[in-house]
Unconditional design. Structure first.
Length: 271
């Protein structure tokens, strides 16, 4: 089996037939499926699979990424279930594996991993040319970013409040930010899966003194201008720049990563 047919779990997948029925439990992969022209095969998605907004509305929902309605998935009789190590619960995946013939596991950890993701979906579902075109577009942007000398910024990327939560350095988000030399703090790694990848923190932590910029993400917690203003006025963050950042552009892999790299470049140039 060619390497491009092997998913993140090490499972090799044969090409799907013309009667493939896909349920995607991964918002960014759902968007990728549409970008690759696989609309007719997508029979189910989560409520968080919101792109492409107009076209995805016709696809039935099967719950959330972590609150999947198992019976709803089974009723759709999928041949393929697409999941992600970080976003979906292992117990859910194991339960559905009993009735779904093919479980396709994804786990991009860096923007460049999208090249393998495109190739995987292209090889399984017979859209290699479209996948290759996406790969070329992504490579061009990666090459442009790597050819630029970006000044280092030490950033705190905030994804949640009550408690405050951020990202470890071995997450996809942190890897994206490093492309423009934004180094995330705290300088911790969380491993391939689990809550340690998204550690909690206190604004009074000693390492906060080294932070230049605080980036408030629009997801999973929807930080707004009101939150930004409140934090900017907090004495614990005196001297730091507090900014809002589009979480979809930084955390969504798949086809969104291409626009995400353009977005990140613009942010970095703004300083």
């Amino acid at each position: 089996m060619p390497a491009e047919n092997v998913d993140a779990s090490g499972t090799a997948h044969a090409p799907a037939g013309p009667d493939a029925r896909i349920v995607s439990l991964v918002p960014s992969v759902t968007e990728l499926l549409f970008a690759l022209g696989l609309d007719r095969f997508v029979v189910g998605r989560t409520g968080f699979c919101i792109h492409p907004r107009e076209r995805v509305r016709a696809v039935p929902k099967v719950g959330g990424t972590k609150a999947v309605k198992l019976d709803a998935v089974r009723a759709l009789r999928p041949t393929h279930l697409i999941v992600n190590v970080d976003e979906n619960e292992k117990a859910t995946i194991d339960a559905l594996a009993e009735s779904v013939p093919h479980i396709v596991v994804t786990h991009p950890l860096t923007p460049r991993d999208n090249l393998a993701l495109y190739a995987l979906i292209g090889a399984i579902f017979g859209c290699e040319d479209a996948a290759r075109q996406l790969g070329e577009a992504l490579r061009a942007r990666l090459d442009a970013l790597s050819a630029t000398q970006w000044p280092e910024r030490r950033v705190l990327y905030v994804i949640w409040r009550d408690p405050w939560m951020t990202v470890a350095r071995d997450t996809y988000i942190s890897s994206m930010l490093r492309l423009v030399n934004w180094q995330t703090l705290p300088a911790v790694s969380g491993g391939r899966a689990g809550s340690a990848r998204y550690p909690s923190f206190e604004l009074s932590a000693a390492w906060m003194a080294d932070v230049d910029d605080v980036l408030l993400s629009s997801e999973p917690y929807r930080f707004t201008e009101r939150h930004r203003e409140a934090l900017a006025a907090d004495p614990l963050l005196t001297g730091k720049t507090v900014r809002l950042i589009d979480g979809e552009m930084v955390s969504w892999y798949g086809s969104r990563a291409i626009d995400g790299l353009d977005y990140l470049r613009r942010l970095a140039l703004e300083g």
